[in-house]
Design a protein around this ligand. Structure first.
Ligand code: CU
Length: 110
């Protein structure tokens, strides 16, 4: 009788523990969907406007396929304001762009 109760309670414990262990050891469960992951891509375009005080550059750019962005004119903040120093309006540029799900950021422009 005692042995049966012991066996049953051990089985219950084993069943209860297993799903919990499987859940906490699954790394994917901590980052569902990857909606907050940072994407990056490369684009080319023509400089329209530079704001060295704000640290932004307006670019008429072609499609950036990695970020699902069609060609358009838009203003980007740059990570390093010093990179704006060498830019002039109507200059052709190539840029590395990141997108964190909310904001774009130019990592490098030349
Ligand atoms: Cu754009």
């Amino acid at each position: 009788m005692n042995r049966t109760i012991l066996a049953v309670s051990m089985l219950v414990l084993a069943l209860a523990a297993d799903p919990a262990r499987a859940q906490s050891s699954d790394p994917a469960s901590h980052h569902p969907g990857g909606a907050d992951s940072v994407k990056s891509g490369t684009g080319t375009g023509i400089v329209q406007k530079i704001d060295s005080e704000k640290g932004t550059v307006t670019i008429k750019h072609g499609p950036v396929r990695a970020l699902d962005m069609p060609g358009m004119t838009m203003t980007f903040p740059v990570k390093d304001k010093a990179q704006l120093a060498g830019l002039k309006p109507l200059q052709k540029v190539e840029f590395d762009l990141s997108y964190d799900g909310k904001n774009f950021l130019i990592l490098q422009i030349k």
